[in-house]
Design a protein around this ligand. Structure first.
Ligand code: NAD
Ligand code: DAU
Length: 340
């Protein structure tokens, strides 16, 4: 089995590459990543010397490059994590979200059609369903929930999903799609809420909470997401969508306060700032389909997972301090100037 995993130098992709390389020594794993600001080869240190692992730098939206790669490698499977993934960046500058998330996906689909493939898996997101109201805790996203996006990011991901499913129906391409809730865990890039709060709290810096902090996210440990994708690519039915989530809903304020308590830092660091435009109120996944069809169950409860994650950030300060001091260093001042 030869797999191309795209976006394997990012947060979830690098966790998945490590998972696959270690669990399936007889699989050849090719990590294809453009190494944008979010890609970091440090995330692959634990597997970089393994004989079944190879890294290739490249752009999923570069048609010539992708077709040459498929001609040379003739992969059996493609798992597409590569994306622009941050909602706030998509609001500031949507164009590269269209290029990578939509055109990158269709480029990969065309290469899969041309060279034949046993499975193409699209890593999507619960954000394609839009949001749920705070006063209806009985409502959850199922695979039948209509797509109803809010941000340029979620619109680009929904668009990509539609292309993937259309290539199945029209051309019979063997595809699957997964839509997961918010991930947390090791190698989470420090522009996202949890690692941003951990790194800033450790430096006794103000902690920006959008609006009133009452928005709800459904947090899943990245290892549980990787295990779910492993099950889908091996046992999932072609043409199907699988939601992934573990019923760990928390308000943003609860998450921030949990981190502050664990780090023994004062709540006075919290600063309520101008809200994200179009901010989704609540995400909540109904994972019945993947649980009943594929026997998936999350291993982590949020309380233990977040404690381990905070410890990982304490133990790997060089990893995130390197990011904060590099090309990313001006990001916070630029992105948050108009909010503070
Ligand atoms: P990330 O931003 O940490 O990583 C994205 C990776 O893609 C980076 O390594 C980057 O270099 C690479 N990349 C970007 N453009 C590329 C291109 N044109 N060609 C090749 N590589 C490119 O993202 P993440 O948080 O790990 O998310 C991975 C995937 O999972 C995304 O598709 C995202 O939509 C989806 N997802 C994320 C979450 C979450 O909570 N983070 C939840 C559900 C789904
Ligand atoms: O639901 C899955 C999605 O989760 C993925 O598809 C996205 O790729 C991923 O980035 C994530 O999107 P969110 O927008 O939910 O994640 P983020 O960490 O940016 O924000 C989480 C919540 O915290 C959200 O309600 C906005 C809020 N927030 C975020 C930041 C960065 C703040 O209050 N302050 C902040 O500084």
């Amino acid at each position: 089995m030869k797999m191309i995993i795209t976006g394997g130098a990012g947060f979830i992709g690098s966790n998945f590459v490590q998972h696959m390389v270690n669990k399936y020594p007889d699989y050849q794993v090719i990590n294809l990543d453009l190494l944008t600001y979010a890609g970091n080869l440090e995330n692959l240190k634990p597997v970089e010397e393994k004989p079944n692992y190879k890294f290739i730098k490249g752009d999923i939206a570069d048609r010539g490059f992708i077709f040459n790669l498929f001609e040379k490698e003739k992969p059996d499977m493609v798992v597409n994590f590569a994306a622009e993934s941050h909602v706030d960046r998509s609001i500031a500058d949507p164009e590269c979200f269209v290029r990578t998330n939509v055109m990158g996906t269709t480029t990969l689909l065309d290469a899969c059609r041309s060279y034949g493939i046993k499975r193409y898996h699209q890593v999507s997101t619960d954000e394609v369903y839009g949001d749920l109201p705070l006063d209806r805790p009985d409502l959850f996203f199922t695979e039948e929930t209509p797509l109803h996006t809010s941000s340029p990011y979620s619109s680009s991901k929904a668009s990509a999903d539609l292309f993937v499913l259309a290539y199945h129906r029209t051309y019979g391409l063997p595809v699957t799609v997964s839509r997961c809730s918010n991930n947390y865990g090791p190698y989470h890039f420090p522009e996202k809420l949890i690692p941003l709060i951990i790194s800033r709290a450790l430096a006794d810096e103000e902690l920006p909470v959008y609006g009133k902090g009452e928005n709800v996210r459904d947090w899943l440990h990245v290892a549980d997401h990787c295990q779910a994708i492993d099950l889908i690519i091996h046992n999932g039915r072609e043409g199907e969508v699988y939601n992934i989530g573990g019923h760990n809903e928390r308000t943003n304020l609860e998450v921030v306060k949990t981190i502050l308590k664990a780090l023994d830092k004062p709540e006075s660091l919290i600063r309520f700032v101008t809200d994200r435009p179009g901010h989704d109120m609540r995400y909540a996944i109904d994972p019945t389909k993947i649980e009943t069809e594929l026997g998936w169950k999350p291993r982590y409860h949020f309380d233990t997972g977040i404690a381990q994650t905070i410890q990982w950030y304490l133990d790997h300060q060089d990893w995130w301090k390197n990011i904060l001091s590099g090309e990313y260093s001006n990001y916070f001042d630029k992105m948050y100037a108009s909010r503070l």
